[in-house]
Ligand binder design. Structure first.
Ligand code: MN3
Length: 214
């Protein structure tokens, strides 16, 4: 096993009532677990690629052998995306952003409320499965909101994700059913601004963030 499913940094029930226990169990153990399993299976015949971190593989998908390119894009993306996702949430999270991320949000979007509403709107409009992100250009403070389909990560576009929310139905359907905007609005109550500030540091400091942020 090259890549491993990271343990959740809190209990399955820790993000209640925003994210319900059963969703956390299925999402972490089954969905994320399957991405890791399928990523390892794709890399099985390519030992030279097994030692690279996944961000590195995602940064240049065209450099991958064609027969595993889609599998790495989807499952490697799923692994990286969810590994970030669990860490940027925490029990009793939320509130106003603090530190450097607060300043970047203010500078780029005017204020937190406007940023939230643009982010939530982009997430609500993403057709089908995907993610909504705040991402930036490595080595700069140039940030933007974007969405990607499926498990595509902004790293493949030369960007680095500071934070992102999962808008696949598996992330919210048990509790919120078809009401994705309600999930997007509630999610801010479990956001871990300290971890997001760490990711912002990585973005600003490194032109090759993947090397520093496994
Ligand atoms: Mn997911």
């Amino acid at each position: 096993m090259t890549h491993e499913l990271p343990a959740l940094p809190y209990d399955y029930s820790a993000l209640e009532p925003v994210i319900d226990t059963q969703t956390m169990k299925l999402h972490h153990d089954m969905h994320h677990g399957a991405y890791v399993k399928n990523l390892n299976a794709a890399l099985e015949k390519h030992p030279n690629l097994q030692s690279k971190n996944v961000e590195e593989l995602l940064r240049d998908l065209n450099a991958l052998p064609e027969e595993i390119r889609t599998a790495v894009r989807n499952n490697g993306g799923g692994h990286v995306n969810h590994s970030m996702f669990w860490k940027i949430m925490k029990p009793q999270g939320g509130g106003e952003p603090n530190g450097a991320i607060a300043a970047i949000i203010k500078k780029s979007f005017g204020n937190f409320k406007d940023f939230q509403s643009k982010f939530n709107d982009a997430g609500a409009k993403q057709f089908g499965s995907g993610w909504v992100w705040l991402a930036g250009t490595p080595g700069s403070e140039d940030v933007r909101i974007l969405t990607t389909a499926n498990q595509d990560n902004p790293i493949s576009q030369g960007l680095f994700p500071i934070l992102g929310n999962d808008v696949w139905e598996h992330a919210y359907y048990l509790k919120y059913n078809n009401r994705r905007p309600e999930y997007l609005a509630a999610w801010w109550n479990v956001v871990n601004w300290d971890e997001i500030n760490k990711r912002l540091e990585t973005l600003k400091a490194h032109h090759e963030p993947a090397m520093a942020h496994r």
